[in-house]
Write a protein that binds this ligand. Structure first.
Ligand code: PRT
Ligand code: MG
Length: 229
């Protein structure tokens, strides 16, 4: 069967390039799924795999929920940050893959008195790609904010006077340090989730369940490896 065909009858899995792709590959291999092309070098956006009944589609990380929700892909891998921001309607989340882990945090210039500013009831300008999550977080705290929607390089906003604070992902903390910023609040623990179109999860369960189970078994094996001294 031609993996390019729009009438492809097998299983379509939506993945983003970069860190999620790299960490997902070993889990897919557990289900006998090995891509036949490297998305970093191939320009093809539909990748055939070692299984004729499985193809990968390469999309932006924040577009994965949309592809899966609307059934253009049966399965996908998306960060919890992306899923929370999207809302997750129409998606089942059967497995926490425990990969691409990081924290969604509030960060400010080093030395900025964040707690003091909040106590004084200051109105903070907050730059972020996660407008919905940030709005919810500050509303729950009763903090007044002007949200500034950005699509990348959030760290630059406080350095240029665009914003007082940012809401962004932090893993090693190196990017914050390199830009003289510091994290002052943890909003959410993030890892990537396997997501499944809710309708497909009911109607195509026979096809999807063995793959989901194999991936879940791979996550459990990774955990056991991590526990070994
Ligand atoms: O990069 P692009 O604009 O194409 O898309 P994307 O940024 O949405 O995708 P990608 O591949 O960069 O990230 C995909 C997913 O990886 C995110 O949705 C998260 O769930 C997860 N993830 C895990 C991270 C990080 N860790 C991470 N550290 N995503 C981004 N970062 C960035 C962060 O935004 C900051 O700029 O790395 C920088 C901080 O890293 P440290 O190590 O310096 O703290
Ligand atoms: Mg990125």
């Amino acid at each position: 069967m031609n993996a390019m065909a729009q009438d492809f009858r097998g299983m379509t899995l939506a993945l983003s390039k970069g860190r999620i792709f790299g960490e997902t590959l070993p889990l897919l291999a557990r289900a006998g799924i090995v891509p036949l092309l490297d998305p970093e070098t191939s320009r093809q956006l539909i990748l055939p795999t070692s299984r004729e009944d499985v193809r990968l589609v390469i999309v932006r990380a924040s577009d994965v929920p949309t592809y899966v929700q609307r059934g253009a892909a049966d399965l996908g891998v998306a960060g919890r940050d992306v899923l929370l921001e999207h809302g997750g309607e129409g998606l089942s989340q059967p497995v926490d893959l425990r990969i691409a882990r990081c924290r969604l945090m509030v960060a400010v210039p080093q030395g900025f008195d964040y707690e003091g500013a909040i106590r004084r009831g200051a109105r903070l300008r907050v730059a972020t790609k996660y407008a919905a999550l940030a709005r919810q977080h500050f509303a729950e705290k009763g903090v007044h904010v002007d949200l500034i929607k950005l699509y990348g390089s959030m760290e630059l906003a406080p350095l240029t006077g665009l914003a007082d604070a940012i809401v962004d992902l932090v893993s090693s903390g190196n990017t914050l340090r390199a830009n003289a910023l510091e994290a002052v609040e943890n909003i959410a623990e993030i890892s990537s989730r396997l997501v499944v179109n809710t309708a497909a999860w009911k109607l195509r369960r026979d096809l999807l369940e063995p793959v989901v189970r194999a991936i879940a078994a791979g996550v459990a094996a990774n955990d056991r490896e991590g526990e070994q001294p």
